[in-house]
Write a protein that binds this ligand. Structure first.
Ligand SMILES: Nc1ncnc2c1ncn2[C@@H]1O[C@H](COP(=O)(O)OP(=O)(O)OP(=O)(O)O)[C@@H](O)[C@H]1O
Ligand SMILES: [Mg+2]
Length: 266
């Protein structure tokens, strides 16, 4: 038996965890991708989700976003939630501002779109069609589309993976700035261990359909990879992911941008 409850967190007096999963199962045929998963995310908490390719991260995110069902267990999520994926998923025939408010039936739609696009630094691209936007700009439009819904839960599935390194750094700063301002709970799927440590309060590792491990990141913000304690957390996290530290050292001398996908899956 399964149940999905939508929590209206704006009405609750004592702010319960906006995300509560109990014994959640999702299977495709005989394959149990999510297998008895328990997870709570606190109001305003930033959680990063790591795990091997095919471990079920997107499956979990889709269930949380309401884009897919679960087979059994309990899943509580806020009604106000938004998801941003690796690709921006914009309607090519609609201008940027119209993409931002797509599906929203509100009288002040344009003003709300302008506000959201301004927040992501795109006030000058309101009328642009998606084909004329850079990858980073398109992803910022997707982020604005999420923000305009004033989510209590923001779901991000590798939203920076397709961006170049510099744009990615800018997006990290932007996401932290927006998170601080709007204070949603965030669940960020990433393959990048450094990204997880730079952004999250807590990193969880998905394996065999469950939360296999987790680590609280108590480094002061703003963070950078050179700060004291960063490398120790990184080594611990790579250990949890089953990556040999020796292997990492060799691989890093060739490619400085650490990615779990690269190490774990060749
Ligand atoms: N609609 C579906 N029908 C059948 N199998 C599916 C479906 N969606 C996902 N799966 C399977 O579930 C497993 C988990 O897929 P999922 O996309 O959640 O992995 P992931 O952790 O997001 O991987 P990646 O890091 O590569 O994005 C995979 O084996 C996938 O083939
Ligand atoms: Mg995925």
């Amino acid at each position: 038996m399964s149940s999905i409850d939508l929590l209206n967190t704006t009405k609750s007096a004592h702010s319960p965890a906006p995300v509560q999963l109990r014994n959640v199962v999702r299977q495709f045929g005989q394959q149990r991708v999510i297998d008895g998963l328990d997870l709570d995310i606190a109001p305003g908490e930033f959680v990063a989700l790591l795990g091997a390719s095919g471990s079920g991260k997107t499956t979990l995110l889709r269930s949380l976003a309401g884009l897919d069902s679960i087979d059994s267990g309990q899943l509580v999520v806020p009604k106000a939630r938004a998801a941003v994926f690796q690709e921006p998923r914009l309607m090519p025939w609609k201008r940027a501002w119209k993409n931002v408010v797509l599906g929203l039936h509100i009288p002040d739609a344009r003003a709300r779109a302008v506000q959201a696009l301004t927040e992501v630094g795109l006030a000058h691209r309101l009328e642009a069609y998606p084909a004329t936007l850079s990858g980073g700009e398109a992803q910022r439009v997707a982020l604005a589309r999420g923000l305009v819904r004033e989510p209590k839960l923001l779901l991000l599935d590798e939203p920076f993976a397709a961006l170049d390194a510099l744009t990615r750094i800018r997006m990290h700063r932007l996401i932290i700035e927006l998170w601080r301002k709007h204070t949603p709970a965030v669940l960020l799927v990433t393959h990048d261990v450094d990204e997880a440590i730079l952004l999250a309060d807590r990193v969880i590792v998905l394996a065999n359909g469950k939360i296999a491990d987790q680590l609280t990141i108590d480094l002061p913000r703003a963070r950078d990879t050179g700060q004291e304690g960063f490398q120790a957390i990184r080594a611990r996290l790579l250990g949890l992911l089953g990556v040999e530290v020796e292997t990492v050292a060799v691989a890093e001398s060739r490619a400085p941008n650490t990615s779990v996908r690269r190490f774990a899956h060749g």
